[in-house]
Design a protein around this ligand. Sequence first.
Ligand code: CUK
Ligand code: CUA
Ligand code: CA
Length: 643
Amino acid sequence: MKDDSKSTPATETPAAGRRRFIGSAALAGLTLGVAACADKKSEGGAAAPAAGGSAAASGHAADAIHLKPGELDTYYGLWSGGHTGDMRVLGLPSGREITRIPCFVPDALVGWGITNESKAVMGTKPDGSLRYTVADTHHTHASYKDGNYDGRYAWINDKINARVARIRLDYFVCDKITDLPNVQGFHGIFPDKRDPVDEKINYTTRVFCGGEFAIPLPNAGIEDASKYRSLFTCVDAESMDVRWQVLIDGNCDLVATSYDGKLAATNQYNTEMGAHYEDMMSAERDACLFFNVARIEAAVKAGKFKTIGDSKVPVVDGTRESNKDPKTALTAYVSVPKNPHGVNASPDGKYFICAGKLSPTATVIELSKVLDWFDGKQEKLDGAIVAEVELGLGPLHTAFDGRGNAYTTLFLDSQVVKWNVDKAIAFHKGDKTVKYVVDRLDLHYQPGHLNATQSETMAADGKYLAVGCKFSKDRFLPVGPLHPENEQFIDISGEKMVLLADHPVRGEPHDFIIFKRDLVKPKQVYTLDEFPNAVKDPKESGVFRKGNKVEVRLTSQAPAFSLREFKLKKGDIVTLTLTNLDKVEDLTHGFAIPKYNVNFIVNPQETASVTFVADKPGVFWCYCTHFCHALHLEMRTRMIVEA
Ligand code: CUK
Ligand code: CUA
Ligand code: CA
């Protein structure tokens, strides 16, 4: 049942008492909504016990998500894995997690971080150990063609160590990781959707990465935080090399790109350049910072850049001070209130929307007017703001249904609000009779990101909405102090939103995209030629010695490895290469060496290798760890290390 005492009438803007920006004094209340969850008396509707418009109210819609055994989902969802440093692949509408793609953090299932091939992607220290084993992924986005996903690549960020990983969407594997030079706290990421100049390039060739934390550049330990700056980075989508960077004021959160390829933007919550939170929220407005991609690249080409420290990457100046003249500006700081969170591109290509976070508003920025400002045709940059409307407390992220409606999460109100963009613009223009809020739905609880099916494409289809709720409180069985997060799934095909399901997810995924299943064409069997080190024939198997450097080469074919045993000497530096010659999809084998900390899998026609020092003499049964055959347990080989 709906708790009417706590919900706001659908067509009303929030209560008058909320019509103020949140100041320092109110900040204490920010966390209270979270801390008070145990006693279910928190303010702002945060602990409403039941869903407004619950699935029970619409059995028909709820049926759609309960797929029968053997039925396939109609959408893929790519979820960032948070601290687990991977990308999670979900099927929707069922919400079933299908796989996880390891990127930044070792993964015991596949041997990510164990095999030489994965270590080469992850990066190693001179001694061969991994450079990093922690990560914090927030955002995942995929490559575009003609305004829709093209199924080539997805990208995911690591905030902690400022790395971007690329996932091949043919095999669903991470194939490259790039470090962003001179960046700390790499947060938002978004690929471009086409080239700003070359009409023929109607697909993604750039990936934009927002640097969050401002640091001394180069990082030489200066204490005066007002001198710190951050960098906005462009990475080549194909080579994954860093193309250029822009020196900027403020701290980047999310990144968005326009459908014409001309603009990228990031929302800036700390234009104050403060080092402490009270400084960061001292101003009433911050910025949505726009980048003129073509101008930046022309400036780089003309040599108008510097480099920082050891990095060879060209860095152009995008600070406020140096970009006041629209005729030459590389960047434009559009003023938005206050510590904005999220910037999202509407599927009609016209607008970017920044949520206010500490202001109860969303700001709608018309992109053609930003371009006009760069062209000298729009005198005031503020004129690009075509609406700034109240939605509720703690607005964070916005999704779209392709029918002119936006859906914004309200972190503090624990709601998603559906609002009509054109009507919000009319309201902002002066017609105060227009009701731009269409519907509100209570969530469980404190939502962050949300995304609708196909939301960030021109093919937004307005069927379902997923919301990543940061707190699940009472929605799942208690499991100790740390609760799962709650991904809620909502039917948005009608006027009213209908909550369909709660899914517990291990923390803490943040962002995701959802797209039609036929946009990717996964391959299920590798070809041997993709691996230069493949053992193409069992007859090529053997132990090949050069002094104490030893290569062990073998193949797998259920239920046997091509070598029944192999002999090593204590102290040998061993590289063991295994090719799986089985050709049937999913006929994967594993390879574990007891006491040697080795376990990895090889998929059909895949080759993987490991390098280790044979420092323990004895007999070691190397066995297949992936159930493959009735004789799976018998699938072994003997490693004999002579003293
Ligand atoms: S930020 Cu996480 S809820 Cu990293 Cu996308 Cu908004
Ligand atoms: Cu091969 Cu189990
Ligand atoms: Ca601020």
